[in-house]
Design a protein around this ligand. Sequence first.
Ligand code: ADP
Ligand code: MG
Length: 252
Amino acid sequence: MTQTHPFVEIRHAQKSYGKLEVLKDISLSVERGQIVAIIGPSGSGKSTLLRAINDLDPLTSGEVWLDGLQVNKSLPHRQYENHINEMRQQIGMVFQHFNLFPHLTVRENVTMAPKLLKKISDKEADALAEEQLDHVGMLERIDYYPSQLSGGQKQRVAIARALAMKPKLMLFDEATSALDPELVEEVNLVMKKLAEEHMTMIIVTHEMDFAASVCDRVIFMDKGLVVEEGPPELVFKNPTQERTQVFLRKHL
Ligand code: ADP
Ligand code: MG
C-alpha cells in the first residue's frame, strides 16, 4: 500500500542546544506549490527550523520529509552522506547574508554546484547559468565578481545559484533583511515570480506586507512553538492568539 505524504512534512521537531530548548514539538506540512511564510520574534527558532529542514542543524528529535523521503534519516555514516547530499540538492536555500563565493564570477558561482554534483558539461552548465540569471534579471552581470554587485543583485544571483540545481523546495531566511530598503523590492519581485511559477517555498520574513501578498499560509512562531497559523488574511487581520496580536501590533 502506498502512503501519501504531504510534500514537505515536519513531524514533532524538537531541538535543544544544551539546556536551551529552541524548538518544542513543531509539526507542519506544506503542499507542493504552496508558499508558506514563517514570522515571529527574534530568537523564536525560525532559522533553526529552516536549517533543520535540510539537516544542516540536525533535530534532537523529530522527522523531516520531502516528497515521500525522510531527509533526516538515521543511516550509517557513508550512506547518510550520500543520502543527505541527494536530499540537499533538492532544497535550495537563500540566507540573509548572500554567501556568494567572492573569488568566483557570477557565472562560476551559479555553475559550480551543478558541474560538481550533476556532472554536466561546461557548455550545459553555461546554458543553465544563463537561463537562471536571465530569470532573475542578472544575465548582463554574468562575468562580474560579487564585489562589483549591489546587495540586491548579489541576492538575486544567490537565488539563481539555488535554482540552477532545480530544487523541489526553496527556503528563504530573511533574504532581504540585510539589504538597503531601496534594494528590497527587486529581490521580492524575484520571489513573487517564483511564487507565480508555483515553486514550493518556505519564507522566513519580517516583511508582513510581502508575506500577505505572496504567501498562501502564515505561521507565527514564538519561543520554539507554532502559536498560530492560517491564511494571511486571517492571521494578519484577525489573529486569535494574544502573542500574535502583540507581535503584529509592533510589526504591521
Ligand atoms: P530566529 O531565527 O527566530 O531569530 P534562531 O533559530 O536563530 O531564532 O535562534 C533560536 C534560539 O536558539 C536563540 O535563542 C538562539 O540564541 C539559539 N541558538 C541558535 N543557534 C544556536 C547555536 N548554534 N548554539 C546555541 N544556541 C543557538
Ligand atoms: Mg533567524
